[in-house]
Design a protein around this ligand. Structure first.
Ligand SMILES: O=P(O)(O)OC[C@H]1O[C@H](OP(=O)(O)OP(=O)(O)O)[C@H](O)[C@@H]1O
Ligand SMILES: Nc1ncnc2[nH]cnc12
Length: 200
């Protein structure tokens, strides 16, 4: 599928076949959703799918995770007409921060930070990231939001893999993702059938 193509009949998750396979090996995430953000209809449909379970929820603020989560998070915030809070990998924020250590799918120990002058009791936050694999990254973001007294309304990501951490998030928080049920197995196997006909 050409990166700018839009099918006449846009079925749930149609835009997932725009994602590119990883050609760089195991030190990288297994695929690259960022290609779908280049297609305006795909990005709009992805954001709509992420927001639909939260239609009747009050959301004050969208917070998203460094780095690729910023793209989706900012799109979600702008669609909702809400503000955007950046949760950053350590060492970038030049203001007072809270930090949280975590381990992600790479197995490496990392630290994320959030400024302390925005989140407080009563602030209802939708957390957005590009992907949830082990869930380590999203769990750390949840811990930061909650430690500052704000409320996590829910968690949204293109995909939530069926891992222990993915289950923990689904069991404890309202969530949304873009994966139709029939594709979840491919996501968990880390291979999409659409890669067979992937054509740049
Ligand atoms: O569920 P986990 O195993 O914790 O992994 C999920 C994280 O990994 C990916 O980002 P990555 O760290 O690859 O960085 P990037 O957004 O800077 O590309 C993804 O966008 C999440 O942030
Ligand atoms: N973009 C991504 N694709 C697949 N698995 C991931 N794990 C973390 N990020 C990922």
């Amino acid at each position: 599928m050409d990166v700018f193509d839009v099918p006449a009949n846009r079925q749930k998750g149609w835009y997932l076949s725009l994602m590119a396979p990883n050609t760089k090996g195991p030190t990288f995430a297994w695929l690259d959703p960022s290609r779908l953000y280049c297609n305006p209809q795909a990005l709009a449909d992805c954001v709509k799918d992420l927001l639909s379970p939260f239609d009747s929820d009050t959301i004050d603020l969208v917070a998203a995770i460094d780095a690729m989560g910023f793209i989706l998070g900012a799109s979600v915030a702008s669609t909702l007409g809400k503000g955007f809070l950046a949760i950053r990998k350590a060492g970038h924020l030049c203001v007072a921060t809270q930090s949280q250590n975590y381990t992600d799918y790479t197995g490496r120990e990392k630290t994320m930070e959030v400024r302390v002058d925005v989140l407080k009791p009563g602030v209802r936050v939708l957390l957005v990231d590009q992907w949830i694999e082990t869930g380590g990254t999203m769990k750390a973001a949840i811990q930061l939001v909650e430690r500052l007294g704000a409320t996590v309304v829910g968690v949204a990501a293109v995909a939530i893999e069926n891992t222990e951490g993915g289950h923990w998030i689904k069991e404890n928080y309202k969530f949304s993702h873009c994966i139709p049920e029939e594709l979840q197995g491919q996501i968990d196997q880390k291979y999409l059938n659409s890669f067979k006909s992937f054509d740049q």
